[in-house]
Design a protein around this ligand. Structure first.
Ligand code: FE
Ligand code: FE
Length: 169
């Protein structure tokens, strides 16, 4: 299997479609992962932050569905190795650290930030494509989510440096 499991892309529009399907699959998987991480987290700020982001993520799924609608497409998922690998790696780290709550919190932040960076890269790329294609409404929807991903990443850095990393030393 190549980079794309669907038909070979032949235009920038095809690539935008691929990215929307990839993001739709990623967000739905992230929703499940966030639920598992909330259950495993000990630090109160971390738990609350992840809970807030799970609520945001539900909204992000809806935004992607809006994007599909804007482009006269049915919502469709397309699995990609990138996010699957990040989630798999995160699950492995969590399993290995599960007997130590402080280390578990560190691993949750590491795994979450890797997810956020994947999302930031993907939404940024898709937004630029949408702008180029004159898909203004789609670009605005993608930008709203991109801002949430940036904020989440910053908040996680904050919790890690102030609290969670020092507690795990
Ligand atoms: Fe997201
Ligand atoms: Fe996110």
């Amino acid at each position: 299997m190549g980079i794309f499991s669907a038909a070979k892309p032949e235009s920038l529009m095809d690539l935008l479609h691929h990215n929307l399907k990839d993001l739709y699959d990623a967000e739905l998987k992230v929703l499940e992962t966030l639920t598992e991480m909330i259950a495993a987290a000990s630090n109160d700020d971390l738990k609350a932050g992840l809970e807030q982001h799970r609520t945001e993520t539900e909204g992000q799924v809806k935004r992607l569905e809006e994007c599909f609608k804007e482009m006269d497409m049915e919502p469709e998922r397309q699995a990609r190795a990138g996010i699957d690998g990040i989630i798999k790696e995160g699950n492995k780290m969590l399993a290995e650290a599960k007997d130590d709550p402080a280390l578990t919190d560190v691993c949750i932040i590491e795994a979450s930030q890797k997810v956020e960076h994947y999302e930031i890269a993907s939404y940024g790329t898709a937004k630029a494509m949408a702008i180029e294609l004159g898909e203004t409404a789609v670009a605005e929807l993608l930008d709203a989510t991109l801002k949430e991903e940036f904020k989440t990443d910053e908040k996680l850095t904050d919790i890690a440096t102030k609290d969670v990393n020092p507690a795990a030393k």
